[in-house]
Design a protein around this ligand. Structure first.
Ligand code: HEC
Length: 234
């Protein structure tokens, strides 16, 4: 009986000695490693199973970012003529849209085109840039479509504003430019359209759905509001 008692103590000591070598920071012995090691791929990792050996793929052809709509008219004289004849402003002509258009116009366009659109902006006055037309130039006969097209692609020495502005902002600027043209021509004040959806998003059911989805997704993330996310997308 006593013998058994000593044996138990020795077994306990040896056991304790062996256990003390275990390192809790490392995984234990793995019998079936496949069950432990995931085969998920690291973002941007190199793996032979993929084409080009790259985990990161290019988007499928024809995919577009959320909230961004492709612009169908080509950057050619034909494309411009086509936009000039067929493209219309989807935003209603409201006081808000016009005022926002004015702000954006003052930021981006007035340096060359002048506050009233006569082509006498500060850069034109100082001859830093030549050939800035007045918006009532009869030979150009600008339309909503042609204005949007020129903001999107630029024209000769005028650069493109597609990177600085969203689709909606470009249409607001367009409203303001057409308003300036009308003033230069001495036309009667254009009446505001009321009671219509005030933005492209509101006029487009798909956009409304997206905006709701976005709002649900970001709920709880605190800092990001739906509006900010829309700006990021653009
Ligand atoms: C750096 C100076 C400059 C700025 C800034 C600028 N433009 Fe222009 N814009 C020009 C010049 C120069 C032309 C004449 C281009 C030509 O016909 O070769 C022009 C032409 C135009 C035309 C006439 C296109 C036609 O149908 O012939 C419109 C409309 C126009 N700009 C709108 C805008 C708007 C809107 C903005 C702001 C988003 C803007 N521009 C900013 C220099 C500028």
């Amino acid at each position: 009986m006593r013998n058994l008692f000593y044996k138990a103590i020795i077994l306990f000591l040896v056991g304790g000695f062996v256990m003390s070598c275990a390192d809790n920071d490392k995984p234990n012995y793995q019998f079936m490693p496949d069950m432990y090691e995931p085969i998920g791929y690291e973002a941007y990792g190199e793996y032979d199973v993929f084409q080009n050996g790259q985990e990161a793929k290019l988007p499928a052809e024809g995919s577009i970012p959320r909230g961004w709509m492709p612009y169908d008219y080509e950057n050619t004289p034909d494309g411009m003529a086509n936009a000039k004849a067929n493209l219309n402003n989807p935003l209603p002509y409201t006081e808000d849209n016009l005022n926002e258009g004015k702000q954006l116009y003052t930021i981006y366009c007035a340096v060359c085109h002048g506050d009233n659109g006569d082509g006498q902006g500060i850069l034109a006055e100082r001859e830093k840039i030549l050939g800035v037309p007045s918006y009532d130039d009869a030979g150009r006969a600008i339309t909503e479509g042609s204005v949007y097209h020129v903001i999107y692609y630029g024209l000769n020495t005028m650069g493109s504003y597609a990177a600085q502005t969203s689709e909606e902002e470009r249409w607001k600027i367009t409203h303001y430019v057409m308003n300036l043209k009308n003033e230069l021509e001495g036309g009667e004040e254009i009446p505001f359209e009321e009671g219509k959806e005030a933005s492209i998003a509101e006029a487009n059911p798909v956009e409304v759905e997206r905006a709701q989805e976005n709002a649900e997704e970001v709920q709880g993330e605190g800092a990001v509001t739906g509006e900010e996310e829309e700006q990021n997308n653009n």
